[in-house]
Design a protein around this ligand. Structure first.
Ligand code: Z5A
Length: 207
């Protein structure tokens, strides 16, 4: 059995990750691969419960360390019960956010050291890394306006502007550091243009 590929979709609030997941899935299916769609935090029963705790604005304050550990606890469940079994069966996994989000939000946004995140990444993931990551990027005011128009703001979305700037800069510096894996798309353009670029990236990936 040939192991499947692991593709992740990243970016700040409202850049269009959820909107484009189904499009990416349909592109991948043209290449005759079976695709499992999933997301982080989440993807298993327990990880979805952790997601609810993380997004909930009510109740006691979640410390930065607790937030980081909850994210990796959810990720450990997700890898063991969903991602690894799917890849081992030859399926492709398309995941809405993964560890690049941890470097961006907990590293960039919360100032947790890269070494701490790396340590947890090694513990929880071992050798598992995405084969391809697509980073949708837009100015934060554009993404936040889209997110606000859509629903009530969650605990992350209620953060201050500086937090989102740090998240965005962290994502962009990761894209500069790993250009082979992370493909950057300007999400501040009409959806049809974004999807044309997405299709081109996937076509290149399959060559
Ligand atoms: N988090 C973390 O801190 N650390 C981690 O390691 C991980 C996650 C994995 C939940 O993620 C939170 O978890 C997240 C970070 C944290 N923080 N927040 N907030 P999430 O993925 O559920 O949260 P999200 O980024 O807020 O998702 P979102 O708001 O659903 O954004 P999106 O999926 O990128 O956007 P969308 O729903 O596809 O689009 C938003 C609107 O824009 C919608 O009405 C679209 O129709 C519209 N749209 C999309 N593209 C376009 C274009 N091109 N033009 C015009 N309008 C568009």
């Amino acid at each position: 059995m040939i192991r499947g590929k692991f593709i992740t979709l990243e970016g700040g609030e409202g850049v269009g990750k959820t909107t484009n997941l189904a499009f990416i899935k349909s592109c991948l299916q043209q290449y005759k691969v079976t695709v499992a769609l999933t997301r982080e935090p989440g993807g298993t029963e327990l990880a979805e419960k952790i997601r609810q705790l993380l997004l909930n604005k009510e109740g006691e304050t979640i410390t930065e360390q607790a937030e980081l550990l909850m994210i990796f606890a959810a990720r450990a469940q997700h890898i063991k019960h969903v991602i690894e079994p799917a890849l081992a069966q030859g399926n492709w996994v398309l995941c809405d956010r993964f560890t690049d989000a941890t470097y961006a939000y907990q590293g960039g946004g919360r100032n947790i050291s890269k070494f701490t995140i790396e340590w947890l990444e090694n513990l929880v993931q071992g050798n598992l890394k995405p084969d391809l990551t697509i980073l949708l990027d837009a100015p934060i005011e554009i993404g936040l306006a889209r997110a606000k128009a859509r629903a009530n703001l969650d605990r992350f979305e209620a953060e201050k502007t500086i937090f989102f700037e740090q998240v965005r800069q962290s994502y962009l510096s990761q894209a500069a550091q790993y250009p082979e894996r992370i493909k950057l798309i300007n999400a501040n353009q009409p959806l049809a243009h974004v999807q044309k670029e997405l299709a081109e990236i996937l076509e290149t990936f399959f060559q």
